[in-house]
Ligand binder design. Sequence first.
Ligand SMILES: Cc1cc2nc3c(=O)[nH]c(=O)nc-3n(C[C@H](O)[C@H](O)[C@H](O)COP(=O)(O)OP(=O)(O)OC[C@H]3O[C@@H](n4cnc5c(N)ncnc54)[C@H](O)[C@@H]3O)c2cc1C
Length: 473
Amino acid sequence: MGQYNKVTADVIEKLKAIAPNRVFAGEEINEDYIHDEMPIYGKFAPEVVVEAASTEEISEVMKVCNENCIPVIPRGAGTGLAGGAVAIEGGVVLCTTRMNKILEYDMENLSVRVQPGVLLQNLADDAATRGLLYPPDPGEKFATLGGNVSTNAGGMRAVKYGTTRDYVRAMTVVLPTGEIVNFGSNVKKTSTGYSLLNLMIGSEGTLGIITELTLKLVPAPKEIISLIVPFEDLNACIGAVPKVLLSGLNPQALEFMEKDIVRMSEKYLEKQVFPQVIDGIEAGAYLLISFDGDSMEELEQISEQVSEILFEEGAIDILVADTPELKKNAWAARGSFLEAIQADTSELDECDVVVPISKIASYLEYVNSLAEKHDVRIKSFGHAGDGNLHIYVCRDELPQDEWEAKCKAAMDDMYAEADRIGGLVSGEHGIGHAKQEYLEKCVGPVEMQLMQNIKKVFDPNLILNPGKVCYKL
Ligand SMILES: Cc1cc2nc3c(=O)[nH]c(=O)nc-3n(C[C@H](O)[C@H](O)[C@H](O)COP(=O)(O)OP(=O)(O)OC[C@H]3O[C@@H](n4cnc5c(N)ncnc54)[C@H](O)[C@@H]3O)c2cc1C
């Protein structure tokens, strides 16, 4: 702590010369820059915000900040959920949202070159007009691709297509010292030394600033079908997941949700989509499953095969969402879970663990028991197909000190149990500064030290995004 310098008037002048009219200091800084989408992890005002326009500008900014030992915090759209893009030591927030151009499609190599500030939704829409799909599909469509790569964002389609990591072929990076380097290449495979490309993916702005990306695309499937599958309880619902995965039918998305959260989301969206009572049996939990393919005939066949498996596993009904309207409404309800929980409580904390698929049901049973143990409301949903769970502890009316104590105790238990059964701290949101303690407990001192050593190699003055991931202040 305390090893950093404050941003002086002289430094501000230098930054203004590098990025004219795009440097904001003090009162000029928009309040959005002081937090991400989890303000519970604290609000931290940067001294300066630079809205960068090019790789060269970012390189010049880094040189000035490195020479003056000033922290720099890379930032995309600020939709992160781990306190990764906040200035906990002050300094300069370096925002990439103005670098938002889709530069070039390469149809022969099925790839696209983009600037880091392109929003996920914009690439998805643009690729679709060319019959292409950019498969990573995290819930927040207005995050930047630079942010997605830096957190290795996951999302609904990970079960079939993998995560963001699987779609990054190459990138341009500005190192904390200001050097500009290119990692990877537009090739399909490589055994070319250590993969610094992969090291950058998921490094949450602690090793370098991504200023350009070459991303892999795939031909877009022509048809998609979704199934809403109610079960009497969560155990039966989760129990069906391995069977669906084993069937080889290759779902594109496979999500589980308990009835309370579905109702909450439907209320939030003012639209009821999921059946509540079927033949006198109340649905306690649901699977929402999608398949994609080239024709409806193919998908209808898949739907029949999977229905057989699901009924054998205790599904009480299967609703085929084959109209665009029903599909949209079902996925809108799923996509609004976080906002619906946020709207339903005064404050919340989130746990984004990933556990082996075979352990999801018993882990969730444990998590649900914590609500009683710690006397707090806990809500969860998750990507059943890949074991990534989103668990929320709700503050409701609790006074500050009681809330802090109860939330911490519940989180400690959740992470400890995930660790015990072979899970990991974060499936897709990252560590930021909020989950450092659990990272350390999970990976242990040797792995932590290796990470810290790597950090020092990239960033000898430790100016890039201090206090995040492995580098504790
Ligand atoms: C409603 C909602 C739903 C969400 N659903 C999902 C989901 O399904 N799956 C999922 O994975 N995430 C999800 N998220 C989390 C969030 O959208 C992702 O973490 C996203 O990748 C963050 O992108 P961003 O542009 O907002 O990055 P920011 O929040 O600005 O930054 C995130 C991290 O990346 C670093 N960073 C950003 N840009 C760069 C760059 N160019 N170079 C180097 N480092 C950089 C920052 O320093 C920070 O550490 C959700 C968030 C919300 C609010």
